[in-house]
Each structure stands twice: as structure tokens, then as C-alpha cells.
Design a protein around this ligand. Structure first.
Ligand code: NAD
Length: 301
């Protein structure tokens, strides 16, 4: 339908990724992979693809890979025109579980390769602090040809440094929390230094930034919505984004940000909303240690 022009970002392994995608956390809201919920997820993913999204971000822990796969199949869009990311669940860090759960991810998504697979959280206080063997096992999946690229999520600078120095393999991206109010510059600067692209999760601060008066004023001047200004700010910083919405109008609005720019002073005004650690919405990656209850047994693989 709309099919906006979306730039592709070059990654450090020579592949490219669409800078804008569709986020699927809480699609549907309760993360429970029942057939009814998968049908809902299918509908929203299909709508996003029809509107013009070609990059989908999901995760084992979202419990919706089957519905995402159904949406991909129902869209009829050829596989090679799509970019699909999933993430390793927190309970699957041991090498055998990496391999087994990756197979399950492909099976649920109904595809024979994944574009990008991320370690969802580093979990430095679990697994005897060993996320390096997890990372090395992810690299094997690339060698076996069923995965194009590997990356990480929520990795702090020391976590990044450790996997790179101990395996010699750089992640192509680090998916981290970034939105107005939480610039996360410490991690972003480390990523730039290491040649790792930044994917910004919760780019709209889960909707909390929409009412901000500075953002609203800029939006009024630009004759754009606040969400569009925020997403454009990310793009100006080179971030890869995948806002989530289950509302078709908002899906289209969020995609429609590649025909305007922000001035350096507008970008600086948004940068200045940073509240440091107080602006963080999600958990701190240094201490986050949540392992989800097993959802696999509730699904037919
Ligand atoms: P988001 O910042 O994308 O905000 C989503 C919320 O913003 C929606 O529920 C809606 O309420 C609101 N919204 C969306 N479009 C809008 C618009 N145009 N106008 C007004 N309000 C609008 O939050 P998110 O879903 O947490 O993050 C996006 C994606 O990032 C997720 O879906 C997921 O794919 C990924 N993510 C990854 C991690 C991680 O640990 N790697 C964590 C959180 C999210």
C-alpha cells in the first residue's frame, strides 16, 4: 500500500538492514502463544507489511514468533524482500539450548534462515558470568548458513569488549534502550568506537515521550506528529528503529519519516532532554537476571 522509501544501513559484515522496522513486543499484549493470540499477531504483522514495513523485530521471549511467521506467510511477500530479527531467550544461553532454540525459532517463524539473531540480554550475574560461549555458539549458526548475522542486545561496553576480544567476532548491532530522556550515550559511544550499529529499543519511550512540550513544539513547526519528530531524531543519529503500534494509522505515520529532516538546533534541543539514568524505562543490563517460565511446552512445535 504505502511502501515508503526506507534507507538501508551497512553493517560490519557487509550486509545491510532497513533502518526502520516493525517492533512486536506485546503484540498481542499477554505474550501467551495461544492459537487465538497468534491469529491476532498475524493480523498486525500482515497490516504492517501491507503498509510497507519490510523489517520485523521479534524475540523468543515475546512468545509470538509463530504469529509473526503466520503474518509473513499470509503477506505473500517473498522472503528475500524481508529482514527478520529474533532474539535468544534468557533461559537459552547454554550452547545446546542456543542450537535447539534457534531451530525452534526458525520452525515457528516458518522460514529457513534468519537475517539477524541477537543475545537478548547479557545476564552477567547468571551462567557463571559466561556469555562468551553463548556468543561463540551463535557464530556457529552463521557458519551453518541458516543465519546471516549475529548481534547482541543490552550489552554494556565491557560485555561488548569481552566477546570481541575472546572470539574475534564483532556483533553487527547492539540493540539498546534509547529515546528522548535516555540518550544512553555511554553505550552508543562504545558502539561507534567498535563499529557496531545501534538499534534503539522503545524508540518512543513506550509512548511516554509523546506529551513532551519541547517535542510538541518542534512537531508543530515541522507540521509533523510528535512520534514522527522523535523517530526522525533517531534516524538523524544513525539509529535503527522499530516502533511498535497495532493501530494502522500510527503504523503508517511512524514509517513516514523519510521526507523531512531536523536542523542541528532541533536535534540539540531533543538531545538536551536527556535525564541520564533517571530516564531509563527498562531494567539495568548489569543486574537484570530474569528467566521466563518455559513457554515452549505450551506450544506444539
Ligand atoms: P515504543 O517506544 O515503540 O512505543 C510503543 C508505544 O508507543 C505503543 O504501544 C503506543 O502506545 C505508542 N505509539 C506508537 N506509535 C505511536 C504514534 N504514532 N503516536 C502516539 N503513540 C504511539 O515501545 P516498545 O514496543 O517497547 O519498543 C519497540 C520495539 O523495540 C519492541 O516492540 C521490540 O521489538 C523492541 N524492544 C526490545 C527490547 C530489548 O530488550 N531488546 C526491549 C523493549 C523493546
Amino acid at each position: 500500500m504505502v511502501s515508503q522509501y526506507v534507507p538501508r544501513i551497512q553493517l560490519n559484515n557487509g550486509t545491510t538492514i532497513p533502518q526502520m522496522g516493525f517492533g512486536t513486543l506485546n503484540v498481542p499484549p499477554d505474550r501467551n502463544p495461544t492459537p487465538e493470540n497468534s491469529a491476532k499477531t498475524e493480523e498486525f504483522v500482515c497490516a504492517a507489511l501491507e503498509i510497507g514495513y519490510r523489517h520485523i523485530d521479534t524475540a523468543q521471549m515475546y512468545g509470538n514468533e509463530r504469529g509473526v511467521g503466520q503474518g509473513i506467510a499470509a503477506s505473500g511477500i517473498p522472503r528475500d524482500q524481508l529482514y527478520v530479527t529474533s532474539k535468544l531467550g534468557n533461559g537459552n544461553h547454554r550452547p545446546d539450548d542456543v542450537r535447539r532454540s534457534f531451530d525452534e525459532t526458525l520452525q515457528k517463524l516458518g522460514i529457513d534462515y534468519l537475517d539477524l539473531f541477537l543475545i537478548h540480554w547479557p545476564l552477567p550475574t547468571l551462567y557463571e558470568g559466561d556469555y562468551v560461549s553463548t556468543w561463540a555458539t551463535m557464530a556457529e549458526l552463521v557458519e551453518n548458513g541458516r543465519l546471516r548475522s549475529i548481534g547482541v542486545s543490552n550489552f554494556q561496553p565491557d560485555h561488548l569488549q569481552k566477546i570481541i576480544s575472546e572470539t574475534g567476532i564483532r556483533p553487527v548491532v547492539n540493540q539498546i534502550e534509547v529515546h528522548p530522556g535516555f540518550n544512553n550515550d555511554l553505550i552508543r559511544n562504545a558502539c561507534v568506537r567498535l563499529g557496531v550499529m545501534v538499534e534503539a529499543w522503545s524508540p518512543l519511550g513506550q509512548g511516554k515521550v509523546i506529551g513532551d512540550s519541547v517535542l510538541r513544539d518542534i512537531a508543530a513547526v515541522k507540521d509533523r506528529t510528535t512520534a514522527q519528530v522523535v523517530l526522525r531524531w533517531h534516524v538523524e543519529h544513525g539509529n535503527i528503529v522499530f516502533p511498535k503500534s497495532v493501530n494502522r494509522e500510527r503504523m503508517a505515520e511512524n514509517l513516514n519519516i523519510f521526507d523531512f529532516t531536523l536542523s542541528p538546533s532541533e536535534i540539540a534541543l531533543i538531545d538536551a532532554l536527556d535525564e541520564g539514568e533517571a530516564g531509563r524505562i527498562g531494567p539495568n543490563p548489569d543486574t537484570f537476571d530474569w528467566i521466563p517460565p518455559d513457554t515452549t511446552s505450551r506450544e506444539e512445535l
